[in-house]
Write a protein that binds this ligand. Structure first.
Ligand SMILES: NC(=O)c1ccc[n+]([C@@H]2O[C@H](COP(=O)([O-])OP(=O)(O)OC[C@H]3O[C@@H](n4cnc5c(N)ncnc54)[C@H](O)[C@@H]3O)[C@@H](O)[C@H]2O)c1
Length: 392
């Protein structure tokens, strides 16, 4: 295969941006092979803008058409795994948008299926391409920060208006979207958090439903975690605060890093803090830290393309996936566990949690949900929006 022919399922906001990238020839070794959307508006748009590219209203027909080798799934979240699994069954490679789906049980099912195929399965965690987060990961994984003590991420610059929530019937409803800020905006940060610091063993959360908007899901969350070594974590996110903050702080026995405003600041202790604590003769020692700084070189607007390029390279020549689809289960475990904790009055949830209990409670919420899944989508801009960037 010289060129990977990619079919896109769902050419709404982000799917159109991916289609533009592929149709514009911006991904080496790939072409836009076909597109599919249930919305006639979007198919009309595609016919006018992607001349010569076949359009479909049924993704299974597109999968069987022989026109594509690989798929990008950019529909509402709750369809991601079903569509991706149908693509794998049809012998196609798949890249799904984040989150991998809305329940860990679905993520488990696709991860099992992936074991039985040689097709590539990737997920659009585009913020993994950002160099300061990669640097933070390298520092933590190398042990240079010592033993993890505490990690705190305040990510409240996901500001959204009521107009945003009203822009599509599936948004911010249990039945249509399956959650709020934890499932739509924060997956990037939850993924980076676990990618850098590892998975905790326990999650406790306070998810505030409709605190700042007329929505039936959460728009303000405080999440507390505990790691195997006893370290603690805190993750605060909201779509109702302005101006917001995006600050990740990781503290270890050998120092501290802070990522904020596109800069990673690294304080290195001369010796392990535990040694200092018990061997120092001073009551209040003044400890001189070595200091280093990394300023991001990552450019806005490149991140999604980099993930698609890596997916294509992986199909063509076996390049390692930067963001394997099977990793989608981790951040989803954190958000599902947060909901479960909140639904049960804020109790700590041990990981892995009871997915059956989660699915049952979510199912009850979905039964009473007010979603209306539209067949039309008039809001797609087709541009990689600023709101999808790292947004320091
Ligand atoms: N990685 C990122 O930075 C990023 C940014 C935006 C959105 N997303 C993700 O992309 C997904 C889509 O978000 P969006 O904002 O583009 O939504 P959207 O509503 O604008 O687009 C979704 C499209 O899917 C179509 N669709 C629905 N069901 C379908 C089906 N069965 N077959 C074919 N098409 C179908 C809809 O008609 C619509 O055009 C979400 O999961 C979201 O989390 C990721």
């Amino acid at each position: 295969m010289d060129k990977v022919r990619i079919g896109i399922v769902g050419i709404g906001n982000i799917g159109t941006a991916h289609a533009n990238t592929l149709f514009g020839g911006k991904v080496e070794g790939a072409v836009l092979g076909a597109v599919c959307d249930i919305s006639s508006d979007r198919r009309e748009f595609a016919k006018e803008n992607y001349l010569g590219v076949e359009t479909f209203d049924d993704y299974n027909q597109m999968f069987a058409s022989g026109l594509i080798d690989a798929v990008i799934v950019s529909t509402p979240h709750k369809l991601h795994c079903d569509i991706a699994m149908d693509a794998l069954h049809a012998g196609l490679n798949v890249l799904v948008e984040k989150p991998v789906d809305i329940t860990v049980s679905k993520a488990k099912a696709i991860n099992e299926l992936v074991k039985t195929t040689d097709k590539k399965f990737a997920i659009m965690f585009n913020q993994r391409t950002n160099d300061v987060f990669a640097k933070a990961r390298e520092i933590v994984k190398s042990g240079a920060l010592g033993e993890l003590k505490r990690t705190v991420w305040i990510i409240t610059n996901w500001y959204r208006t009521q107009r945003y929530y009203d822009s599509a019937g599936w948004r911010a409803t249990w039945a249509g979207e399956g959650g709020g800020v934890l499932l739509n905006q924060a997956p990037h940060n939850l993924d980076l958090w676990q990618w850098i610091c590892g998975m905790p063993i326990e999650v406790q959360a306070n998810c505030e439903v409709g605190k700042y908007h007329n929505i039936e899901v959460e728009d303000d969350v405080t999440l507390l975690t505990r790691y195997e070594n006893g370290a603690t974590g805190m993750f605060v996110t909201s779509t109702g605060e302005f101006p917001g903050t995006n600050r990740l702080e990781i503290s270890g026995t050998s120092g501290k890093i802070v990522v904020e405003n596109g800069t990673l600041k690294w304080w290195k202790l001369p010796e392990d803090e535990r040694e200092i604590c018990f061997n120092a003769t001073d009551l209040f020692p003044s400890i001189k830290c070595e200091y280093e700084e990394f300023v991001t070189q990552s450019k806005d607007g490149e991140a999604h393309k980099k993930i698609i390029q890596n997916y294509v390279n992986s199909i063509l020549n076996g390049e390692e996936l930067l963001s394997p689809g099977t990793d989608g289960i981790y951040e989803l475990t954190l958000s599902n566990a947060a909901y479960l904790s909140s639904w049960k009055g804020g109790v700590p949830i041990k990981l892995p949690f009871d997915t059956q209990e989660f699915d049952t409670i979510l199912g009850e919420r979905q039964k009473n949900s007010k979603t209306n899944d539209p067949k039309e989508n008039k809001n797609a801009s087709g541009k990689y929006s600023k709101r999808w960037q790292v947004n320091w």
